[in-house]
Design a protein around this ligand. Structure first.
Ligand SMILES: *Cc1c(COP(=O)(O)O)cnc(C)c1O
Length: 362
């Protein structure tokens, strides 16, 4: 049956590569949102804790709460708190990223109600991605708030729109310039002494001059930098395996799958695997765009992907029912697999469905 193998020794390797890439006083936020990119948030967080990561980060308050229930004691930054999640943030001792005036005010009110002082918070600025964040023109308003003793400003950060592209990229430069201006405003203000950070995984390898005090690293911990050459330095954590449920011989002119998705142009052998949409294999992977590996040989996915199954062409491959099939693994990485279906490693990894067993290897 299907298994997502997770090799924790590769997490150690990737963490150490990243650690050595950074100057020694740069802190690492280990990003474990989305079930640690589809693996297991608690297992990965525990390993990162052992490796000496400085901070953890998640997207939503509920994810931080799961980490706390799992026994994680590290400080946890929540990137995108929603107003319904603010109470959970305080109850689970999480650190919110405050990204607009209304969220800021709601959180302030909650702190006052609970009579909390010096609560650790982070401020996110929008320097050009136009997703979430205070506008740089609101920096004076933000700084004014930190005269109050309810808050302790831990860090100020922003996020690049094109961190995976090389230096001298004008969009990056504009965002960095805006961030440097904000940084100066904060540094000139005696109310706060935050850390500053702007880089995610690909930024670490592409724009290392902008490390500032910390980096936020997610996909690189899982072995990907968004750049094929740099990926060589890292080792993918996850391998997705399936098995052959059934083998059919089809004759010239026979069809395979829903909507007669594939027509045999000659007598062929087809294997069916017990993995489909519900497990994270999107429709775009069908119609021979994507290969999987059967006993080391490439076999294309034929016809339409089904909810629970896919069919592959094994006409020239010697194999039998029950044999293991590599959907992705070291020989055919999640990133390569993703690209063949018109997507990226983030989507493949975080989209692996809950039906698939995660098997951890130390
Ligand atoms: C997810 C996320 C990251 C991690 O990005 P990677 O490319 O996976 O390293 C960093 N910062 C923010 C704000 C994020 O949402």
């Amino acid at each position: 049956m299907n298994k997502l193998h997770i090799y924790l020794a590769n997490l150690d390797h990737n963490f150490n590569v990243i650690r050595n890439q950074l100057s020694s006083n740069t802190a690492i936020f280990g990003v474990v949102k989305a079930w640690a990119y589809g693996s297991d948030m608690i297992r990965i967080a525990k390993r990162l804790e052992q490796l000496g990561v400085d901070y953890l980060a998640v997207a939503y308050a509920e994810e931080g709460e799961i980490l706390r229930k799992g026994g994680i004691d590290l400080p946890i930054l929540v990137f995108y708190p929603q107003s319904e999640g603010l109470k959970t943030i305080i109850d689970a001792n999480l650190e919110p990223s405050l990204y607009n005036i209304s969220l800021f005010k709601k959180f302030h009110q909650l702190l006052k109600q609970k009579n909390r002082k010096h609560y650790p918070v982070h401020i996110k600025y929008n320097t050009g991605l136009n997703r979430v964040g205070f506008n740089p023109s609101q920096a004076a308003w933000v700084l004014e708030q930190f005269k109050r003793n309810e808050f302790d400003l831990k860090s100020v950060y922003s996020h690049l729109a094109t961190s995976e592209s090389t230096e001298n990229n004008s969009n990056n430069s504009q965002q960095i310039q805006a961030f440097l201006t904000i940084k100066k405003q904060h540094e000139d203000n005696p109310n706060t002494h935050p850390k500053f950070h702007i880089l995610n995984s690909s930024g670490i390898f592409k724009n290392s001059q902008y490390e500032f005090d910390a980096v936020r690293c997610g996909i690189a911990l899982h072995g990907f930098t968004n750049h094929p050459e740099l990926d060589q330095k890292l080792k993918p954590l996850a391998s997705l395996h399936s098995t052959i449920s059934q083998i059919h011989k089809v004759k010239t002119g026979d069809y395979v799958g829903y909507d007669l998705g594939w027509k045999a142009s000659k007598d062929s052998v087809i294997a069916t695997l017990p993995i489909g949409h519900a497990d994270g294999i999107a429709r775009h992977f069908g119609h021979e765009k994507t290969q999987v590996l059967v006993n080391g040989r490439s076999a294309p996915i034929v016809g339409n992907v089904c909810m629970d199954m896919i069919m592959i062409n094994i006409s020239n491959i010697s194999c039998k029912e029950g044999d293991t099939v590599v959907i992705f693994g070291p020989e055919h990485t999640a990133s390569e697999f993703a690209i063949s279906g018109g997507t990226i490693s983030y989507e493949i990894l975080s989209g692996i469905g809950p039906r698939i067993n995660r098997v951890f290897h130390s």
